[in-house]
Design a protein around this ligand. Structure first.
Ligand code: AMP
Ligand code: ZN
Length: 472
């Protein structure tokens, strides 16, 4: 039985969707004012694992991720660059999609943008005003927290203890109570303005997510996720806005991933201690190694990112790819069928069971990956002793495909060499066949200079991309 640690209630709960096999999943998406940093990607990769595992377990997941393309930071950055807001956000939306594709993150089914959902937000705010949960003041509209007794339930926040200036909301507008937060913000110089039934202005950040999630997933849906920094105030506010509006329970399971840390501090733009995916690719780390590093630490544990951890992740991904290559390329023998089959079938069955049991328990990745590496060791022993039969190879590759569907790092990507480099590989093969060893060595060196490492195996010559040398 699949179980998750629900932030709401803080305990491990059996996963029972509202209308199985469908699962509605809403994940808070990027604020597109700059490249996302890899802290953000830790959360997105966790969400990707969650979605892929739910699909593996037979659920029909409908995944929605918002794109925040209007809030304080996007407006400030567009103004600083002297360009229209949509021009700035279009640039970083494109970069975001490039990055998630590189990291093997499955695309959500929908990516609603805040600027395209202003009417829905206005409608929700009007309902909240009508039922007394919100009030207009000086052209802005605020949520009246005193009318929502459940406020603080998700975060465990003691609302009486909130002091003026605390981070309930960082706007500078007058409101009845310091704890109230803005749903709609009156126009300010230099800010984009929408003319709406509420008057001119722009939405607050929190209302975006409750309006768009309910539009695409319904008033009540299954899972809502984000990083732990989203719990308060963002998700607390989303609950108040949604339930204040519909009266129905908003979300059944709230899952939050811990932060990615650098020197034990949260990676963030404001602390200037961040790396983007592009920074790490430029240092020679394959995106798959980063994906592995992010996925292999349980999502509820803080992850301190170091270059050593990335090196270890690159080595782990390489081991998995080497095993895959070995099983694909080893010539099948009839003798292997007699010798190895039962052991192979047992090992495959046991591994699938161990991985499933581990991931069923709140995505226990460490145990699951441990089972995979045990399998690789056992299989290598079997291959050394008795080779592989055609049937066994198919059985192992079947498991490997399933594992790759879950983790997204098991099948090596189909890399391509330029035709020029491929030509050199072929020339070297010919030189070796003709026993022109000097020529063969010279070609090997030329390829090495071009970043291509050759490995001669009984099944022929294989090539790999060499990782660039890293600086600290
Ligand atoms: P933002 O673009 O700041 O709204 O963040 C997008 C997502 O990344 C949210 O789910 C955040 O909780 C998450 N996030 C931000 N910083 C980190 C971090 N250092 N580690 C993990 N997740 C983060
Ligand atoms: Zn959100």
């Amino acid at each position: 039985m699949l179980r998750f640690m629900n932030t709401l209630g803080k305990c491990l709960e059996d996963f029972v969707p509202i209308a199985p096999p469908r699962v509605g999943l809403y994940t808070c998406g990027p604020t597109v004012y700059d490249h996302a940093h890899i802290g953000n990607f830790r959360t997105y990769v966790f969400e990707d694992l969650l979605r892929r595992y739910l699909e593996f377990r037979g659920y029909d997941v409908h995944h929605v991720m918002n794109i925040t393309d209007v809030e304080d930071k996007t407006i400030a950055r567009a103004n600083a660059e002297g360009i229209p807001l949509h021009e700035l956000t279009a640039r970083y939306v494109e970069a975001f999609f490039e990055d998630i594709d590189a990291l093997g993150i499955l695309r959500a089914h929908q990516y609603p943008r805040a600027t395209e959902h202003i009417p829905e937000m206005v409608e929700q705010i009007e309902k909240l005003i009508a039922n007394g949960h919100a009030y207009a003041q000086d052209g802005s509209v605020f949520f009246r927290i005193s009318t929502f007794p459940g406020y603080g339930r998700l975060s465990g926040m003691d609302m009486d203890g909130i002091q003026p200036g605390a981070r309930v909301d960082c706007d500078e507008y007058e409101k009845e109570d310091v704890r109230d937060f803005a749903l709609w913000k009156a126009p300010k110089t230099g800010e984009p303005v929408w003319q709406t039934r509420l008057g001119p202005g722009r939405p607050g950040w929190h209302i975006e997510c409750s309006s768009m999630s309910m539009k695409y997933l319904g008033a009540s849906f299954d899972i809502h996720t984000g990083g732990v920094d989203n719990i308060f105030p963002h998700h607390e506010n989303e609950i108040a806005q949604a339930e204040g509006c519909t009266g129905a329970p908003f979300v059944r399971y709230w899952l939050h991933s811990e932060h990615l840390l650098v020197n034990q501090e949260k990676m963030s733009k404001s602390k200037q201690n961040f790396y983007t995916l592009r920074d790490l690719l430029a240092r020679g780390y394959p995106a798959r190694a980063l994906r592995y590093a992010l996925i292999s630490v349980h999502y509820r544990k803080p992850l301190n990112l170091t270059m050593d951890a990335l090196d270890a992740a690159a080595a782990a991904v390489e081991r998995l790819a080497d095993f895959h290559r070995r099983i694909v390329e080893l010539p099948a023998t009839a003798a292997a069928a007699a010798a190895g089959s039962n052991r192979v079938v047992d090992a495959v069955r046991q591994t699938e069971q161990d991985v499933t049991e581990a991931l069923d328990e709140d995505l226990g990745v460490s145990t699951a990956l441990g089972a995979v590496f045990d399998f690789v060791r056992e299989m290598n022993r079997i291959l050394d002793e008795s080779g592989v039969s055609t049937e066994d190879r198919a059985t192992v590759l079947g498991l490997w495909r399933k594992l790759d569907d879950i983790f997204g790092v098991f099948q090596p990507p189909v890399e391509e060499l330029s035709s020029e480099l491929l030509g050199l590989v072929r020339q070297r093969e010919a030189a070796r066949r003709d026993r022109r060893w000097k020529d063969a060595d010279a070609l090997r060196d030329t390829l090495l200079d071009a970043g291509v490492v050759l490995e001669d195996t009984p099944a022929g010559t294989r090539w790999k991309r060499r990782r660039a040398a890293t600086t600290t």
